[in-house]
Design a protein around this ligand. Structure first.
Ligand SMILES: Cc1ncc(COP(=O)(O)O)c(C=O)c1O
Length: 643
C-alpha cells in the first residue's frame, strides 16, 4: 500500500481551503492551531486538559486567533480606505449576539479598545453587558439595535449621561416617538440612528433581513416622516447614523454591492435633507467559508475579506463623492467573521457500527440459497437481486434491492411478514449493498446511482456530544462545519463514517461534510483502535454556544481559553460545562429535594431488607456525585459503593 503523509491528510480534509491560515497538520500527523507564530497541537491540549480532570467534549477557544481576526478585519478596512482614498474612518462594532459568553466578549472588548472596535447590542440584557464592558472606555462606540421599549431607551439615556458614545437605532416608527419623549424627560440630545429597509434583493438563508417584508427598518415613507418629525422638534441635528443589515453569512458579493450602493444613496439623500449624519453602518453579512470552496453555495462565500472591505468602502465613497457629501465613518457589524475561527469543538468517538462488515458476517451462507416456496415476494426479490449481482447489472440489482426492502418493511407493518422474514430481508439487503460496492470498486465504476453505496454502508461513529447543544446550526439549518480527526493524520483513513451523537434523537448526527467538489455524505476516518479517537469541529465560534439547547439535558460543554505565551500554550480560563444538577436546576428540578426523596426511598429499602445501610449510603453518595458530574459520557469510572 502507498505511504500516507500528514500532507496527504491536510489535502484530503482541505485544511488550507477552510482554515483561514489558522490551522494545519504537523509532522506528527496532528492538527495544530497557528497562534501568534506558534503551532499548538490540539491533541496535546486535550491530553493536558485530561490530566487536569477535564474530559471531552470540550470547546477550545484560541484568544490569539480571535485577536488576529479582529486585526485582519481592521487592516482590510483600513487598507481599502487607503486604496480608495476614502476620507472617512473605519469603526467596527462586535454584535454581542454572535457569542455573548463573558470571557469571549471581554476579550473582544479589550482587543477592540486597542483596535477601535465597539459593541452592537440588540436587547436590554446585551446593553447591560455592553455598559459594563465599556467601563473606562467612553470612546468605544455602542450601537443599539433591536426592538426597544421605554426601559431600553431610558438605559440608553443613562449611558449617555455616564459619558458613553451610544447610538440608539430607530428600528420602527414608534421607537422614534419613545426616544423623543425620553430625550425630553432626560433633557438629552442623543445621537440617533435609523435603520432602513433596503429594496435590493438578499441572498442565502437570511435573505429576508432586507426588503419590504423584513421585520426591521423604516420604509422610505417612514424615513421621510422621521426626518420631518425630527426637524419639527428641532432635533434633526441628532440624526447622525444610517443603518442596514443585509443578513448573516452573505454568500454572494453582489448582494453586498447592491445593498451598500442603495444604502449610500439613502445616506446622501439624508444629508441633502439637512441631517448632519457622519456614520454609515453597513451591518453584518461578511461570511465565513465553512466549506472552503469559495462559491456562492450555502456555508460558503464567493468573495474574500479584502473584496468585501474594498466593495463597501468604494461604494460609499463613490456615492458620497458624487453627491458632494463628506465621507462618513464606516461601521461594520460583522461578528461571525470576527469570532468563528477562534473556537474548535473536540469530541471523542465512543464506539461504532460497521455496517459492511456486519453484513458480511451475518450473511455468510444466506447469499444465493434456493428460494423457499413459501417465501414472501420481497424476500424472494432480494435473494434474486443478490444472486444476479455482477458486471452490467449492478445498478439494476441495487434498484431491485432498495425497492424490495421497502416492500418488506411495508409487508411487515401489515402483518404479511414474520419477524424472522423481515430479518432475512434486511440481511439480504445489506449483503447486496456490500457486494455491489465491492463489485463497483473492483470494476472501477462511477456514477450517482452507485455513489450512494458509500453512504448506505458508512460506519456510524458514536460521538460523545450533543449536536443540539454544541452545533445547533448543523441540525436546524443544515450548516456545514469543517470536521476532521485531530490526530493519526500520518495514517491513511480507510473507513467512511457519519457521526451519531449521544442524544436519543435520530436528528442528532453529522452527515454532511465539505469535500472536494461539493458536499459529501460521509467523512474518511481511521478504524477505531484501543486509544481514544478524537474529532475536531472547526469554525464554531459564532452563534453555536448560545443557540444550543438542552435536548436530553446535555448541558454546555467545557470551554477552555488558551493563549500562547513565550511560544507555549497556556490556559487562561477554564469554564466548566454544566453539571447534571445545574441542567436539572434550569428546569426547576431541585437537587436537594431529589436527594431527600432518594434518601427516603433508601431508608424504606433498608427497612424492607432490600439493601444494607452501607449500600444505601453508597447509593446516596453516588447520586450526589452524579448531580455534580458532567452531563456527557465520562471515561473515568466512579468509586464503587457496594458496602
Ligand atoms: C442587526 C445585525 N447586525 C449584525 C449581525 C451579525 O451579522 P453576522 O452574522 O454577519 O456577523 C446581525 C445578525 O444577524 C444583525 O441582525
Amino acid at each position: 500500500m502507498e505511504t500516507w503523509s500528514p500532507g496527504d491528510s491536510e489535502a484530503l480534509y482541505r485544511v488550507g481551503a477552510w482554515g483561514g491560515g489558522f490551522f494545519g497538520v504537523n509532522d506528527r500527523g496532528r492538527v495544530v492551531a497557528r497562534c501568534a507564530g506558534t503551532d499548538v497541537e490540539l491533541q496535546e491540549v486535550i491530553e493536558g486538559l485530561r490530566a487536569r480532570g477535564l474530559e471531552t467534549p470540550v470547546l477550545l477557544r484560541f484568544s490569539d486567533i480571535l485577536d488576529e481576526r479582529l486585526r485582519e478585519l481592521r487592516d482590510a478596512c483600513d487598507g481599502a480606505i487607503r486604496e480608495n482614498e476614502y476620507r472617512g474612518r473605519y469603526r467596527g462594532v462586535y454584535p454581542i449576539k454572535v457569542n455573548q459568553q463573558r470571557h469571549l466578549v471581554e476579550e473582544v472588548s479589550a482587543v477592540g479598545r486597542r483596535l477601535g472596535f465597539g459593541l452592537e447590542v440588540g436587547s436590554k440584557p446585551e446593553l447591560l453587558a455592553a455598559l459594563s464592558l465599556t467601563s473606562g472606555a467612553d470612546e468605544q462606540l455602542i450601537v443599539c439595535n433591536g426592538f426597544k421599549d421605554q426601559r431600553y431607551i431610558e438605559l440608553v439615556m443613562h449611558a449617555q449621561r455616564l459619558g458613553r458614545t451610544i447610538v440608539p437605532v430607530v428600528e420602527n416608527a414608534a421607537e422614534l416617538d419613545r426616544i423623543l419623549e425620553a430625550s425630553e424627560r432626560f433633557g438629552a440630545r442623543p445621537t440617533i440612528g435609523v435603520r432602513v429597509k433596503i429594496g435590493s434583493a438578499g441572498t442565502g438563508r437570511w435573505k429576508d433581513s432586507v426588503g419590504a417584508r423584513s421585520k426591521f427598518g423604516l420604509t422610505t415613507e417612514e424615513l421621510l416622516g422621521a426626518v420631518g418629525l425630527l426637524r419639527e422638534r428641532g432635533m434633526l441635528d441628532c440624526l447622525q447614523l444610517l443603518h442596514c443589515h443585509v443578513g448573516s453569512q452573505v454568500q454572494d458579493i453582489r448582494t453586498i454591492k447592491d445593498a451598500i450602493g442603495e444604502l449610500s444613496q439613502v445616506y446622501a439623500e439624508l444629508s441633502r435633507l439637512g441631517a448632519p449624519m457622519g456614520m454609515i453602518d453597513v451591518g453584518g453579512g461578511l461570511g465565513v467559508d465553512y466549506r472552503g470552496d469559495q462559491s456562492d453555495a450555502e456555508s460558503s462565500m464567493n468573495y474574500s475579506l479584502r473584496e468585501f472591505a474594498s466593495d463597501v468602502v468604494y461604494r460609499v465613497g463613490e456615492v458620497c463623492t458624487k453627491a458632494g457629501v463628506t465621507h462618513p465613518a464606516i461601521i461594520t457589524e460583522c461578528g461571525r467573521a470576527m469570532v468563528a475561527y477562534s473556537s474548535v469543538l473536540v469530541f471523542d468517538v465512543v464506539g461504532s457500527t460497521r455496517r459492511a462488515e456486519e453484513a458480511e458476517e451475518r450473511c455468510s451462507g444466506v447469499a444465493a440459497e434456493a428460494n423457499a416456496d413459501d417465501e414472501p415476494a420481497p424476500v424472494r426479490d432480494l435473494r434474486e437481486a443478490l444472486r444476479m449481482i455482477g458486471p452490467g447489472r449492478l445498478v439494476e440489482c441495487c434498484h431491485d434491492a432498495k425497492k424490495a426492502i421497502g416492500d418488506a418493511v411495508s409487508g411487515f407493518r401489515m402483518g404479511y411478514l414474520t419477524l424472522e422474514q423481515r430479518g432475512e430481508a434486511e440481511r439480504l439487503f445489506w449483503e447486496t449493498m456490500r457486494r455491489a460496492r465491492e463489485e463497483r470498486d473492483r470494476l472501477g465504476l462511477e456514477g450517482e446511482e452507485l455513489a450512494d453505496l458509500d453512504e448506505i454502508l458508512a460506519d456510524v461513529y458514536f460521538a460523545n456530544l450533543s449536536v443540539f447543544q454544541s452545533l445547533p446550526d448543523s441540525w436546524a439549518i443544515g450548516q456545514v462545519f469543517p470536521v476532521m480527526p485531530i490526530h493519526r493524520l500520518d495514517e491513511r483513513p480507510t473507513r467512511q463514517a457519519i457521526f451519531g451523537d449521544i442524544t436519543c434523537d435520530s436528528d442528532g448526527k453529522l452527515d454532511r461534510f465539505a469535500g472536494e467538489g461539493g458536499i459529501r455524505s460521509t467523512l474518511p476516518v481511521h478504524p477505531l483502535e484501543g486509544e481514544a479517537y478524537r474529532i475536531g469541529v472547526f469554525l464554531v465560534g459564532a452563534y453555536q454556544e448560545t443557540l444550543g439547547d438542552l435536548h436530553n439535558l446535555f448541558g454546555d460543554a467545557h470551554a477552555v481559553h488558551l493563549r500562547v505565551v513565550d511560544g507555549d500554550w497556556t490556559i487562561e480560563q477554564i469554564v466548566r460545562g454544566d453539571t447534571c444538577g445545574e441542567v436539572l436546576g434550569y428546569l426547576q428540578h431541585d437537587s436537594e429535594q431529589m436527594l431527600s426523596t432518594l434518601s427516603r426511598d433508601c431508608e424504606r429499602a433498608v427497612r424492607l431488607g432490600r439493601m444494607s445501610a452501607a449500600q444505601a449510603g453508597g447509593l446516596v453518595r453516588d447520586f450526589e456525585r452524579e448531580l455534580g458530574g458532567y452531563t456527557y459520557l465520562e471515561q473515568r469510572a466512579g468509586p464503587e459503593h457496594d458496602g
